[in-house]
Design a protein around this ligand. Structure first.
Ligand SMILES: [Zn+2]
Length: 275
């Protein structure tokens, strides 16, 4: 293939294989050294922030509200089994439902959000002050938070390494980081999609509701965390899907994981601690 003017965000090398090449000028590349999968070149990031406007959030805030609250409760219950309540930052807090719930349960809450629509909604409708922008622009002091959460955010940012280094700086020593991302090795979902739609599930499409710039596996995500100063405590299935049929497929994939150890479920949930 033609040389790519890029270096891998995880390992810095610049040899890639092409995973997808049908959305000119965008291609999905896989690093031959570390296996990181990403889109190249990136779509216009400012346009993406606008893309996550009212239309994107409407269903979550209204139609799917109760289902999503159940999802957030499940995630928070799990977190509270590991950590006592303290200062919590939700990076990319979206419609703020997780922060609201955490606040009601006694956490000291902070949030950042790149979409100005969502940041305004959270600040005005929920009364939670939010920093609108990228986490490294918020200027939080060193050692500010006991827990930082990133629910399906890292795959949307242009520089995951920079995000993780910043979170390491603002977490307290031994602070907990919780990251959930889609799993690039979601083979059971891919097989189900191919069976129903008669075509492969794509990693990138300009017209997708969700534009993912990076695609992580358990291995690449763990390597990112280790490289940025974290110890990975646990990698397990994330249960963020609310759509019934996909949820069932994910349960099958999770059951497969718990009997075989293969992480081919839909999304990864990682607990890591700052070293
Ligand atoms: Zn690499």
């Amino acid at each position: 293939m033609k040389p790519v003017e890029a270096s891998c965000n995880l390992c810095g090398k610049n040899s890639f294989k092409v995973r997808e090449d049908d959305e000119t000028p965008f291609r999905v590349l896989e690093c031959l050294n570390c296996g990181l999968v990403f889109v190249h070149p990136f779509p216009d990031i400012d346009k993406l922030a606008v893309h996550y406007g009212e239309d994107y959030y409407r269903d979550w805030i209204y139609q799917q509200k109760n289902t999503r609250i159940r999802m957030w409760k499940g995630r928070l219950n799990k977190l509270e089994k590991r950590r006592q309540r303290g200062d919590l930052l939700d990076v990319g807090c979206g419609d703020g439902a997780f922060l609201k719930l955490a606040g009601e349960r006694g956490w000291e809450i902070s949030g950042t959000e790149h979409s100005s629509y969502a940041a305004n909604y959270v600040s005005e409708a929920l009364g939670i002050p939010i920093f609108c922008g990228e986490v490294f622009a918020a200027g939080y002091p060193d050692n500010s938070f006991d827990v930082v959460t990133m629910w399906h955010v890292l795959e949307h940012v242009t520089d995951p390494g920079r995000y993780l280094r910043e979170i390491h700086r603002i977490l307290k020593p031994s602070g907990l980081l919780l990251v959930a991302v889609p799993n690039v090795n979601d083979y059971i979902m891919q097989a189900a999609y191919r069976l129903v739609k008669k075509r492969p599930l794509k990693l990138f499409s300009k017209d997708d509701r969700e534009i993912h710039l990076y695609h992580f596996s358990d291995e690449t995500l763990k390597n990112y965390l280790v490289k940025t100063g974290f110890e990975c405590l646990k990698i397990s299935p994330d249960y963020g899907i609310t759509e019934y049929s996909k949820k069932m497929i994910n349960f099958i994939a999770a059951a497969f994981y718990y009997t075989t150890g293969f992480r081919i479920f839909n999304a990864l949930e990682v607990y890591a601690t700052r070293i």
